[in-house]
Design a protein around this ligand. Structure first.
Ligand code: TMP
Length: 255
């Protein structure tokens, strides 16, 4: 593993050169950060769980026609992905007020929004990922109007699909963050694909009945039982990293 060329190291993942041209290996760490890395910690087992959860969600999304960078899982902590040019924008989709939205606009956490709201943030740690408008994105050349149309359409489809999927296992999808990339096929045609990860690190998931937080807010807000919450999300989705006879194939529907 150490002989593999490291392409990029982020806060929660490392990207290595892949086995074939045009591929990368995405390695999931247990490291956790919050508030632009002002808070740091380790959530034991998080990388293994996020690898499985993100694999599961990307595969379900592919099945309904959402193009993603995901190719296949390689092992407990690694997945093979297509090499893409990352659009330097974090797309946040919100269904219920929480987190920075509640703070910025003075809306109580937990208040349902009249419609889903899509926000854009410029991916830049030094600047603290400032919120930006479509105007900034096109003026600075981070993405074209066409790219943004595709990104918006995909984000709303992903939101509709994941909202239903999570509701089916007793979880409310409050909000989540997506990243997209440009992928060129063998004919040099470009298309926008979903990249990065979707996991409890990058989303807010609340239990339908109790509103208990089942995501990274447990780490951000020192609520405890962080790994247990991630494990419960995986369990409800029918994923058991341990494998074995209890390994379920599909999501377990909650009554
Ligand atoms: P926020 O309320 O802090 O803006 O977060 C909105 C959603 O985006 C939440 O589900 C967590 C996710 N998120 C990330 O994945 N990475 C980040 O750097 C931030 C700030 C939020």
């Amino acid at each position: 593993m150490s002989r593999r060329k490291q392409i990029y190291e982020g806060k929660a993942k490392i990207l290595y050169e892949g086995p074939e041209p045009g591929t990368l290996v995405q390695y999931f760490k247990d490291d956790a950060t919050a508030f632009n890395a002002k808070k740091k910690g380790v959530i034991t087992g998080k990388g293994v769980l996020n690898n499985r959860i993100s694999e599961y969600l990307m595969m379900r999304l592919e099945e309904v026609g959402v193009p993603t960078h995901f190719v296949r899982r390689l092992n407990m902590r690694e997945q093979l992905v297509r090499e893409v040019e990352i659009v330097p924008i974090e797309v946040v989709v919100r269904n219920v007020a929480a987190g920075s939205f509640s703070q910025r606009y003075g809306v109580p956490e937990g208040q349902a929004l009249p419609r889903s709201i899509v926000e854009y943030y410029y991916k830049n740690d030094e600047l603290g990922d400032p919120m930006v408008a479509e105007e900034h994105i096109t003026a600075f050349g981070w993405a074209s109007t066409q790219d943004l149309d595709d990104i918006m359409a995909l984000s709303l489809r992903i939101n509709d699909f994941l909202t239903g999927l999570f509701l089916g296992v007793g979880l409310k999808l409050i909000d989540f963050k997506l990243e997209f990339g440009r992928h060129w096929n063998e004919h040099d045609e470009m298309r926008i694909v979903l990249a990065d990860e979707i996991s409890p690190d990058t989303s807010r998931l609340w239990d339908v009945k109790t509103n208990e937080k089942m995501d990274k807010d447990r780490f951000r807000r020192d609520l405890g039982n962080v790994e247990e919450a991630y494990r419960e999300v995986a369990r409800r989705l029918g994923i058991f990293p341990e494998g074995g006879p209890q390994d379920l194939k599909g999501p377990k529907t909650m009554q």
